[in-house]
Design a protein around this ligand. Structure first.
Ligand SMILES: Cc1ncc(COP(=O)(O)O)c(C=O)c1O
Length: 355
């Protein structure tokens, strides 16, 4: 169809109105061209012809002759099968235990910590005033003149503004993010990892962890590559549903490995071996996701465990995706968080030591 022809565009809708009330209808607001009857007949004929072609192409018409260019049948199958429920048997059981505690049941603990979503404020964490004040100033720099903000906040805000083009956070940044913030992130990681260096050029900023995870998984989808098997990704079970949902959306295979509840939701190499062996017929495994500390399970991997996962990924030539969103959520007094990056760097060159 001719997009410059407003008359034919006036019959175009994005979707059937009953199924998609929030999508815009292109037939409102189109200019009202008065045209002669003969001209109108020509347009109608052309439209009938187009409609016939459209139906041949799988586009649908409703009873008013309005063409639907997007229907449920046409939607990406991956989107239709994906689910993103941040609940499952573990959360249901936690809710049940919480209710029983309220009703006075005797248990070896008094409260339940829900580790299934990192909803820090809902868990009682107080927002960090420093971060909020810096955000306030960088978005409204005239607040630098205010007496209500401490000097360390002002210094940080000025440093960030100085790193933005035109001195404004509204300016376009480099694709991986604002350099000064990437440098701050790298400094944080270096300190967190006890001095193991982090290069700011390897840091890419994203709008939350989900975006970053989805972008990385997208690198391993196979469109256009002729290959017999789907790409697969190993994920823990239980898991954070972002992974199962994204794999479904991208048409990738989910290869689950089970955490052992009886051993504090630990992860064994024997289970990783079993899982990858079981998947070999249906997909080519490209990556392994490790969530540490676990979601929704809350366990923290010990150093030895991390080393054996790294060796496994190395042996199987897998991309290792360590989701450490929960690095500060360590509840058991005897547990300690170790980043995969730090452990891997300290292990040295695996091809020399472990092959
Ligand atoms: C383990 C884990 N990974 C990823 C995410 C997603 O993080 P974000 O909300 O920053 O996208 C969450 C959020 O709770 C999470 O718990």
């Amino acid at each position: 169809m001719d997009p410059n022809n407003f008359s034919s565009m006036s019959n175009l809708q994005l979707c059937e109105s009953s199924s998609s009330t929030d999508l815009p209808s292109l037939d409102s607001g189109c200019p009202d061209f008065s045209i002669e009857e003969e001209e109108q007949n020509e347009i109608d004929e052309a439209r009938d012809k187009e409609n016939g072609q459209a139906e041949d192409q799988g586009l649908c018409m409703n009873s008013t002759g309005i063409r639907k260019v997007l229907t449920v049948d046409m939607v990406n199958e991956g989107i239709k099968v994906m689910t993103y429920a941040v609940r499952g048997p573990l959360l249901l059981r936690a809710n049940q235990i919480e209710k029983e505690l309220k009703e006075g049941a005797e248990m070896p603990f008094k409260t339940v910590i829900k580790a299934n979503i990192g909803d820090a404020h809902a868990m009682g964490n107080k927002p960090v005033t420093f971060i909020r004040q810096v955000m306030a100033i960088v978005t409204c720099p005239s607040l630098l003149q205010s007496d209500h903000f401490p000097s360390d906040v002002k210094a940080r805000a000025e440093e960030i503004l100085g790193g933005c083009r035109g001195g404004s956070v509204g300016a376009y940044s480099d694709s991986p993010g604002i350099e000064i913030i990437r440098r701050h992130v790298a400094d944080y990681i270096t300190k967190r990892d006890g001095g193991v260096p982090s290069d700011w050029r390897n840091i890419m900023l994203s709008a939350g962890a989900s975006d970053a995870i989805r972008n990385v998984l997208k690198l391993m989808t196979n469109p256009g590559i002729v290959c017999q098997k789907k790409p697969g990704v190993m994920i823990p079970i239980p898991q954070y549903p972002l992974y199962s949902a994204t794999l479904a959306e991208y048409g990738m295979e989910q290869v689950g490995y089970y955490l052992d509840e009886a051993r504090g939701w630990s992860l064994s190499t024997a289970e990783l071996e079993r899982s990858i062996r079981a998947s070999k017929k249906r997909c080519t495994v490209r990556a392994i996701v490790v969530i540490n500390p676990g979601n929704p399970t809350g366990q923290v991997l010990n150093r030895q465990n991390i080393e054996s996962i790294i060796k496994f990924a190395h042996k199987e030539k897998l991309f290792l995706l360590a989701d450490e969103v929960y690095q500060h959520n360590v509840y058991a007094p005897q547990s300690q968080f170790h980043s995969f990056k730090k452990v891997m760097m300290e292990m040295g060159d695996l091809s020399v030591h472990w092959s």
